[in-house]
Design a protein around this ligand. Sequence first.
Ligand code: HPA
Length: 240
Amino acid sequence: MSTPHIAAEPGDFAPAVLMPGDPKRAEKIAHTLMNDAKLVTDVRSMLGFTGTYRGKPLSVMGSGMGQPSLTIYATELFKFFGVERIIRVGTCGSISAQARVGDTVVAMSAHTDSHINVARFPEITFAPCASWSLLSAAMRAVDELPEADRDRVHVGTVFSEDHFYFKVPGLLERLRAYGTLALEMETAALYGVAAELGREALTVLTVSDSLLDHSQDMTPQERETKFANALTLATAAALC
Ligand code: HPA
């Protein structure tokens, strides 16, 4: 059975899916974590893999960039492929002095300038929220990180923005004043779909750049490789 965007059979996906934005990163994660990863879908080059990690089934699939793209894949995985939990593993731009390039940000909740959840609840302000069981499993895995990195994990709110380049003047300063850690482009939608369909979701991000000081920004190559700590927390959540 195929859906418009995923050509696979229901049993082809594990109950837990790690979801980076970039399909090539999905391929790299699949082959880094698993010896037996098999390609299960490649519609529009949005690669999805399934194998076993620490003896349990695990899938990895790209989401594309932005909330509409992620929403399509997450909805189809949850509704038609038996997926129970999605853990987004991506990069983010820090707007906080605490979250430095290379650090890990775990998103408890996500503000957004998108209409994507307003469409669900025009009459109230919906609160997109991480799954507590996934979030707490990720935090228990902080002990598995190299000792020097254990205080480089930050938990809080992120801003899921629709524009990567256009910034509303003054908005980031206000979000920072309200404790927001970082910018990315998918989490508010992921948490909205999971809530709609009664499933679990979590976002674990690696800080790739800082909007406060661009001198430390990762190169495109570093963005592809420096996410080991995020993967440790994300796999712990996936298999909890
Ligand atoms: N905006 C959105 N996503 C990002 C950014 C940003 O500035 N930096 C890294 N991911």
